[in-house]
Write a protein that binds this ligand. Structure first.
Ligand SMILES: Cc1cc2nc3c(=O)[nH]c(=O)nc-3n(C[C@H](O)[C@H](O)[C@H](O)COP(=O)(O)OP(=O)(O)OC[C@H]3O[C@@H](n4cnc5c(N)ncnc54)[C@H](O)[C@@H]3O)c2cc1C
Ligand code: SF4
Length: 353
């Protein structure tokens, strides 16, 4: 008999919402998470406050986690990974491997929520010196400092007087094959800029951007307050290189509004790195036989109106496994995947004739 269980792979925001959705719709879910904790990248990378309301990431993820662990319909398997899958919907046999060995879960359907990883700024864009100069950070490094209320130059341990953000690192870049926009980094950089100004009111903060891409209401919620209340300085320009100069960093590029070269000295540079598919997302595509797109994210087969169905019947994807996504996207696609999975298992065969 077909199983009424849905296996949800990945316990980040999208997978948590999917597992909760399955249980609230009266289904059963087995949530498989490779880490020893739930909450996904916001917890693993110690994000501080979240857009747009500056709610603590820990608190927000805590609410999502509680919504899952309080459901009797969800079994959570931490430190487990899906290592094999055989059969067809609704009769999948999913092999799950953890510290105590292997177990096979019979599943009617599968939801993939294995998320993203940050673009590695040392990989192709060597000219920013991420691995060479201690005061060059990425967004997630600054999140960690903000969370600890300890924004200091790693080279000196002292608070910076001038910080800049460099947008679109690893995104919108045809040379490295990531032509897509990572959606969240303009909002996240602006949010971090506000937090720096709150924690270090004497620090000047600059954002160098190609064009600012704010998400829906984030324009009013983050972008304008950053300028008007917190005096963050937005400069339209392309940064090509970061070099050491004395005890400062020299940021070189072109001011595209003025159409002239630009060189400015900073104490800290923060690279607004984009999103790439996580290793789990890439490996799940192979193990489950679902088609990735050319960037390695999972391809939704019927967008824009169905963003969660994959090329395999009975397998859906949600969140950043599908491509760059913010938390609202994750909640929406997680809920949509849960709804499709439960309704798929409940669908009655139509009588012939
Ligand atoms: C610096 C930064 C700050 C951000 N801040 C905000 C913000 O303020 N507001 C906002 O809306 N968005 C923000 N985002 C975006 C937000 O982090 C993502 O939208 C969200 O984390 C995606 O959730 P997800 O569940 O799809 O993936 P993830 O959060 O990446 O979670 C995926 C989960 O799957 C697990 N996993 C992976 N592979 C496997 C496997 N093989 N087996 C089992 N488990 C696996 C991982 O361990 C992880 O727990 C930010 C992004 C960045 C880069
Ligand atoms: S959100 Fe902004 S920083 Fe991120 S890729 Fe898009 S335009 Fe660039």
């Amino acid at each position: 008999m077909a199983s009424d269980t849905i296996v949800v792979i990945g316990g980040g925001p999208a997978g948590l919402e999917a597992a909760r959705g399955v249980a609230e719709l009266g289904g059963k879910a087995v949530l498989v998470e490779m880490e020893a904790f739930l909450g996904g990248t916001p917890i693993r990378e110690h994000y501080a406050a979240l857009t747009p309301h500056f709610q603590s990431a820990e608190e927000a993820m805590g609410g999502l986690i509680e919504g899952v662990t309080s459901q009797p319909g969800v079994e959570v398997l931490l430190e487990h990974q899906v290592t094999a899958c055989t059969g067809e919907a609704p009769d999948f046999s999913v092999t799950v491997t953890g510290p105590d060995g292997e177990r096979v879960v019979e599943a009617g359907g599968i939801i993939v929520a294995t998320g993203f990883e940050h673009f590695d700024p040392g990989r192709e864009t060597q000219l920013y010196g991420y691995y060479e100069f201690p005061d060059v950070l990425a967004l997630q490094d600054l999140e960690h400092m903000l969370k600890e209320h300890n924004v200091v130059r790693p080279s000196t341990g002292l608070p910076p007087e001038r910080i800049c953000f460099v947008q679109c690192v690893g995104s919108r870049d045809r040379h490295i094959g990531n032509e897509y926009c990572s959606k969240v980094c303009c909002g996240v950089a602006s949010k971090e800029a506000i937090e720096v100004r709150q924690q270090l009111p004497g620090c000047q903060v600059f954002i160098f951007y190609i064009d600012m891409r704010m998400y829906g209401y984030w324009e009013n919620q983050i972008y304008w307050p950053a300028q008007e209340e917190y005096h963050v300085q937005y400069v339209k320009g392309i940064i090509t290189e970061v070099l050491p100069k004395g005890d400062k960093l020299l940021v070189r590029g072109e001011d595209t509004t003025m159409g002239r070269p630009m060189e400015v000295a900073m104490d800290m540079v923060v690279l607004s790195v984009g999103m790439e598919p996580s290793k789990g997302t890439r490996s799940m595509a192979g193990i489950l036989g679902i088609t990735p797109n050319k960037y390695g994210f999972i391809e939704a087969v019927n967008p824009p109106l169905d963003t969660v169905s994959t090329n395999r019947r009975g397998i859906w994807a949600c969140g950043a496994a599908l491509g760059p996504a913010d938390l609202e996207d994750c909640a929406s696609s997680g809920g949509a995947a849960a709804m499709k999975a439960v309704s798929f298992l409940r669908r009655k065969p139509v009588a012939a004739g």
